[in-house]
Ligand binder design. Sequence first.
Ligand code: NAP
Length: 299
Amino acid sequence: MTTIVMTGGTSGFGALAVQHLTRPAGTRLLLGARSPGPETFPLDLTRLDSVRAFAAEVRSQLGDSRIDVLLLNAGGIRPDDTGRTPDGYETTFAVNHLAHYLLLRLLLPAIADKARIILTTSGTHDPATGASLAPPRHADADLLAHPDRDPHRHPNAVKAGQHAYTAAKLCTVLTVRALQADPDLEARHLTAIAYDPGQVFGTGLARDLALPLQLAWRLFGGPLGAPIRRVSPVLNTRAAAAAALTDLALGTATPPPGHTYAALRHGELTWIDPSALARNDELAQALWTDSARLVGLTA
Ligand SMILES: NC(=O)c1ccc[n+]([C@@H]2O[C@H](COP(=O)([O-])OP(=O)(O)OC[C@H]3O[C@@H](n4cnc5c(N)ncnc54)[C@H](OP(=O)(O)O)[C@@H]3O)[C@@H](O)[C@H]2O)c1
């Protein structure tokens, strides 16, 4: 029996991946989601108490068994950085990074040796990808949790919202880096991967953005997207993004030694380097410690 614990499996390419992941006989999927469904357990990533309750439910469902694949795919972007969670943290950062960090920490003791841990990030964390979103200036967890304390916060609300997203996705890559560097986890032969699906139109990601963006997102998710996909390496279909996520989760695709960043380009998994900031070990360690404090754990 292969046990998979997943977030972000109710919409977009994550929902397509669920169909592949549950196909092999002997697979058990424990899905954390806001909306109820089969094998689905309540999880709202805007609330750290919900993350703790979901982790406790997973531990209880597991009994003596262990997690073979932890797939943290949920995420979202808001039109600005003014949203605050009940815990008092900026919403985009809290959902994309802090909640998943806490879930990872709470579930690590229940993960099987040789398990795979996949966290979905975004190429927008890297200015070199050429995305139109404001690139991250830093990965300071305290400033990202409280952007009003950031002396260099972008004066434009939309750009500030984009920064919250790209910086949170930088934090995802750094979290995987810190995880892979942990000697205890190395001894357990865990594989940790930050997955960048490229740009995937037609998912629910644009649902909170301005109406023209929502419409363009929907339009290019259909046949109109095909011509631009041919010229841009970062554009991928939902099917390709789901297939690659499935390959990483089931171990059909494995990283070359020393690589933890998988980027989907022209529909194929590549193992390029993430951004310079994402390769900074000191930054990764500082983020790990600061995130632990923000979610109420010791480092
Ligand atoms: N599409 C792209 O171009 C692109 C590019 C780079 C990275 N990504 C990343 O890929 C992942 C999947 O995105 P997508 O494009 O497939 O978007 P999507 O269709 O909006 O899917 C997002 C998933 O995250 C879940 N989610 C969002 N907020 C949540 C919360 N507060 N609590 C629990 N679950 C929550 C959603 O659940 P509901 O069904 O309840 O909404 C949904 O299952 C995200 O991490 C996204 O940042 C996407």
